[in-house]
Write a protein that binds this ligand. Structure first.
Ligand code: NAD
Length: 496
């Protein structure tokens, strides 16, 4: 069967890509089999999607919020009913294990549930009798008419989302459910690497009763993204992806007068104290470093062992990492899938090479681990005794490579955390409340964890990256998202 070209979803319809345009051929990263074609569309297709969103905006923003969230209630159920099929598409084009794919869709469903609370979240505030006026009116008994004031939260208009490959279903749901619950309309440009999962997510919105044009999806690469973020009819831009791209999107979109939030790259640290619960520390770091094949912005890719904790932590961690079964995501018993593409695999292998040449101890070499011979596989890799100037310590690898450093004290370990130009997350494993509190008050990262490997916030809390992990003021999710997707409108009233 010839490989299918991903359709766009515009104005409630599947729109085929125009013939003869540029495209990217997609392979299943576990098998190397070609399964689809990602259209690298023209800017005209982006304009068409924005036009559909703009024409749907007026009616949708006037639809009572209680009616708008009915679509989200229905959508949640539809997604629950289709979770297996959606997860299968994620496994096929991204390579995650089935359990990881289902887990990621579930985290997206959390966002739908949170956005369904929009009738409460969007409420304004009032302050009656904020002043008394004595001009232009007869006195009201003793003299003066009361003035009331209120602030409402109102939608912005057309909002745009640009998303990465690593969570093709969940990350778009950090954006569109809250955006449309607040009365905006939306255009998404998903990653060109795994467009079919996100397309399925959008197709299902039709059955939930969202009016045509409220949700639109256009495929493509940087050209389409750049058109969307500067389009005169777009009011807000949400981006998730690498730091270089995010920083440039932030500058361009904010320079074009848009409200912008860019959630970006990361280099996350886990501190192991000598008094930590050993089992919890090893299990927590293992899941954090190698879950999703290391391809997540909350991956704990650097460990700092304090004092003599390395003596027990490092051998136990390596033993556990050897037990990870690498293979196809749809195979029973597999706990780690392939990297997303050949280029990604080669890039990560390049980092392993650089760690060796810079002098770190390669104590588990993922290039030689047990794994299928075809596909984009690398087994877990562990470096020990790395030093701060090495690339494997400073740069985001985005693959199954864990780098271990040693520190004498907690203060030295926190200094390692704070050296990083990124500030997404950091965790500590300890039995000491004092150490945990010192860490909590001094580590410079926006998402902290104590005795947990991945401190991923539930949707009611913001996804709070700092430093070069975030550009903007208001984060995704939590109350930040409500403020991001609404404008404040203040009303001052005097009845004469
Ligand atoms: P990427 O930056 O390559 O691509 C992200 C999106 O930007 C894609 O849709 C892509 O088409 C588009 N894009 C790429 N180059 C562009 C350009 N020059 N101009 C405009 N748009 C462009 O990221 P990726 O490889 O898909 O995803 C991995 C990155 O995402 C990692 O750095 C990871 O840490 C980050 N990420 C961050 C978070 C977070 O919340 N902080 C969450 C998930 C992923």
């Amino acid at each position: 069967m010839p490989a299918q070209i991903a359709n766009h979803y515009i104005g409630g319809k599947l729109v085929p890509e125009a013939a003869g345009g540029e495209s990217l051929r997609l392979e299943n990263p576990a098998t190397g089999e070609e399964f689809g074609i990602s259209p690298m569309s023209s800017t005209e297709m982006a304009d068409r999607a924005v036009a559909a969103a703009a024409s749907a905006y007026r009616d949708w923003s006037e639809t009572p919020v209680g009616d708008r969230v009915q679509c989200l209630f229905r959508y949640k159920q539809i997604l629950e009913d289709n979770i297996n099929d959606v997860a299968d598409i994620v496994v096929q084009e991204h390579g995650k294990t089935k359990a990881e794919a289902i887990g990621s869709v579930r985290r997206g469903i959390d966002c739908i549930e949170f956005a369904s609370a929009a009738p409460v979240l969007m409420m304004g505030r009032t302050l009656p009798q904020i002043a008394v006026s004595t001009s232009f009116c007869r006195t009201e008994d003793e003299g003066g008419v009361g003035i009331d004031s209120q602030v409402d939260r109102v939608p912005l208009g057309v909002c745009v989302g640009i998303t990465p490959f690593n969570f093709p279903v969940m990350v778009p749901m950090w954006m569109w459910p809250m955006a449309v619950a607040c009365g905006n309309t939306f255009v998404l440009k998903p990653s060109e690497r795994d467009p079919f999962s996100t397309l399925r997510e959008f197709e299902l919105t039709k059955d939930a009763g969202f009016p045509d044009g409220v949700l639109n999806l256009v495929h493509g690469g940087p050209d389409v993204a750049k058109r969307l973020i500067t389009h005169e009819d777009v009011r807000a831009v949400s981006f998730v992806g690498s730091t270089g791209v995010g920083e440039s999107i932030y500058k361009t979109a904010s320079g074009s007068g848009k409200r912008v939030q860019c959630m970006c790259g990361a280099k996350n640290h886990s501190i192991i104290m000598p008094d930590a619960n050993r089992g919890a520390a090893v299990e927590g770091v293992l899941g954090s470093a190698f879950g999703n094949t290391g391809q997540r912005c909350l991956a704990g890719s650097v460990v700092v062992c304090v004092g003599d904790s390395g003596d027990w932590f490092v051998p136990a961690l390596v033993e556990a990492a050897k037990g990870i079964k690498v293979g196809r995501g749809d195979e029973q018993g597999v706990s780690m899938g392939p990297l997303v593409s050949r280029e990604a695999r080669d890039r990560v292998a390049g980092f392993i090479e650089s760690g060796v040449s810079e002098g770190a101890d390669l104590i588990l070499d993922g290039r030689e681990g047990e794994m299928p011979s075809s596909g984009c596989f690398l087994a877990p890799t562990v470096f020990d005794r790395a030093t701060p100037e090495m690339r494997i310590v400073r740069e985001e690898i985005f693959g199954p490579v864990l780098t271990i450093m040693r520190a004498k004290t907690l203060e030295d370990a926190v200094e390692q955390v704070n050296r990083s130009e990124y500030g997404n997350m950091a965790v500590i494993f300890t039995d000491s409340g004092h150490a945990a509190r010192r860490f909590q008050r001094t580590a410079q990262a926006g998402m902290l964890g104590v005795n947990v490997g991945v401190p991923a916030p539930m949707a009611v809390f913001p996804f709070a990256g700092w430093k070069k992990s975030f550009f903007g003021d208001l984060h995704a999710n939590g109350e930040d998202a409500v403020r991001f997707y609404t404008e404040s409108r203040v009303l001052v009233t005097r009845w004469l």
